[in-house]
Design a protein around this ligand. Structure first.
Ligand SMILES: O=C(O)CCC(=O)C(=O)O
Ligand SMILES: [Fe+2]
Length: 417
């Protein structure tokens, strides 16, 4: 218990330091960096957006808009997995943004990397692109669209995001391991350049990676965005040739995550942050059964656990997210055939801020032991207060072995937002 307290304090301190470093980078970039394409820092113009995207957004806010009407205006990649595709940016805007990002990449400015799984790429808020570009994109365009597509996942209550660009190139990162996003919903837009390979692949909602037998392959198309739920197991195939740059926006709804942390599958245990944290807020909740609302909640909460859920639009929208969940400190005790699936720092598995590389608790108990192997019964487990129960040095993954599709699944915590 004591050891865990110390660990918590250390992690809070680490996060505070990283937050300060990020703020310092942002300030330095704001004062000393000279953009190659200054126009991309102007506030988001409709002219930057693909006509199809504008049409979808316009439809979404029109009176009487419904899911059926919306789906006529989007490409449904998978009805079952609720994955959709739509052109997002015009080709000239993609080009301008790419040139700017490449110019920044080549500059001597300090760079914070997107997460522990991507070693190349850019955090858009450090570059100063959140306010003019990403926040308007979320508020004006994505929110109405997501409200219709994913009302059960906080689509109508998005109140923060983490936006970054991932870059894949020969000699650099080539692929991305299986993971869940620390997001309720995700937009992933291919910006370019010219490349082969790099397709996204998708498994089930919070499916154990080991059970990923026939993933759905989704090719990237430059200029187009793929929309999916953050909890949909996914990764990216190796790059074949060329260079691939994708804009990834992790969309967060505090109204949902305040009740059910997507990383630990529990009501979050919050720590205040000086920055945006991981998109949690401290608001007074009403009590409803979230589990009755979504299959996601069912999978996450272990089947019917009463958790708190917000009144519609309660607080979250107008509050700035300022907290993160301590779930990365919690461990799951080994028991029976199930062992060591965690959302915890102790296992060395997880990344505090991004959730990438996290491995979910997989347990057969909802459907018996076999459920994990079949990808069922996947859920988080309560924290163990006893550090002896967590396997810091040698985590065990009996039920969910590291999948061969990824080399980065098990990376440990590195940095925080
Ligand atoms: O490489 C890609 O396109 C996938 C990126 C992704 O899934 C992520 O950053 O969360
Ligand atoms: Fe992802």
């Amino acid at each position: 218990m004591w050891a865990q307290m110390v660990e918590l304090e250390q992690e809070v301190e680490r996060r505070r330091r990283l937050g300060q470093e990020s703020a310092a980078r942002k300030a330095l970039i704001a004062s000393s960096y000279h953009p190659a394409r200054p126009e991309v820092y102007d506030s988001l113009q409709d002219a930057a957006l693909a006509p199809e995207f504008l049409a979808v957004a316009e439809y979404s806010v029109s009176p009487g808009a419904d899911l059926k009407g919306l789906l006529q205006r989007l490409e449904t990649v998978s009805e079952e997995k609720r994955i959709y595709r739509v052109p997002v940016f015009t080709a000239p805007f993609c080009q301008a943004l790419l040139e700017e990002l490449e110019h920044f990449e080549q500059s001597d400015m300090p760079k914070g990397r997107p997460n522990t799984m991507n070693n190349y790429g850019v955090l858009l808020h450090e570059l100063g692109l959140d306010e003019p570009l990403m926040t308007p994109l979320r508020e004006r365009f994505l929110q109405p669209l997501m409200a219709l597509l994913y009302p059960d996942c906080g689509g109508g209550q998005l109140d923060s995001h983490r936006a970054f660009v991932v870059k894949y190139a020969p000699g650099q990162d080539l692929e991305l391991g299986c993971h869940y996003d620390n997001a309720e919903l995700t937009l992933n837009v291919a910006l370019g350049k010219v490349f082969t390979g790099g397709a996204l692949y998708f498994g089930g909602l919070f499916q154990a990676p080991a059970a990923l037998t026939e993933p759905l392959e989704v090719e990237h198309v430059v200029g187009q965005g793929v929309l999916h739920r953050g909890g949909q197991l996914h990764g990216a195939r190796p790059l074949g040739t060329g260079e691939r740059w994708n804009l990834v926006v992790w969309l967060r709804a505090s109204a949902v995550r305040n009740r059910l942390c997507p990383m630990c599958c529990h009501e979050p245990d919050l720590v205040d942050d000086e920055g945006f944290g991981d998109g949690f807020t401290r608001e007074e909740p009403a009590t409803v059964d979230v589990c009755a609302l979504t299959e996601l909640a069912w999978a996450q909460c272990g089947g019917g656990r009463q958790v708190r859920a917000p009144l519609p639009l309660a607080g979250g929208r107008n509050k700035t997210p300022t907290a993160y969940c301590t779930c990365w400190l919690k461990a799951v005790p080994a028991s029976g055939s199930f062992s060591g699936q965690t959302c915890c720092l102790s296992s060395g598995l997880l990344e505090a801020e991004s959730g990438m590389g996290r491995q979910r608790g997989s347990q057969g108990s909802r459907g018996g032991e076999g459920a994990a192997a079949q990808g069922g019964g996947f859920r988080g487990r309560p924290a163990s207060a006893d550090p002896a129960e967590s396997s810091r040095q040698s985590p065990q993954y009996h039920s969910v072995p590291t999948p061969s599709v990824t080399g980065s699944w098990m990376r440990g915590p590195e940095r925080s937002e």
